[in-house]
Design a protein around this ligand. Structure first.
Ligand code: SF4
Ligand code: SF4
Length: 92
């Protein structure tokens, strides 16, 4: 079981030093997780450290391919509210 960083990663470097398994590495075009090393933090931390610090919603997926920080989880703004606000801004 391993987490995965996808292309919306902004290369902020926050996750890399926190990984207890040294599974995260800098790559192009964005940081990656070595699936062979990632333990999902089991035995080290209750929370997956990379997902806990990552400021970008949806940038880290679990083994099922689901966002660990889904849209709205960090901002507290429900996705439909965000879409509505953006539509209103575009209308002005
Ligand atoms: S889940 Fe834990 S072990 Fe896996 S990459 Fe993230 S910080 Fe490292
Ligand atoms: S914390 Fe998130 S955005 Fe920052 S480098 Fe890691 S995966 Fe990318």
């Amino acid at each position: 079981m391993a987490l995965k960083i996808i292309e919306s990663c902004v290369n902020c470097f926050a996750c890399e030093p926190l990984c207890p398994s040294k599974a995260i590495y800098e790559a192009k075009p964005h940081f990656l997780i070595d699936a062979k090393k990632c333990t999902e933090c089991e035995g080290d931390h209750a929370e997956q450290q990379c997902a806990a610090i990552c400021p970008i919603e949806g940038a880290i997926l679990n083994a099922m391919g689901e966002a660990v920080n889904p849209p709205g989880s960090l901002t507290g703004i429900p996705p439909e509210k965000m879409a509505q606000a953006q539509a209103e801004l575009r209308a002005h």
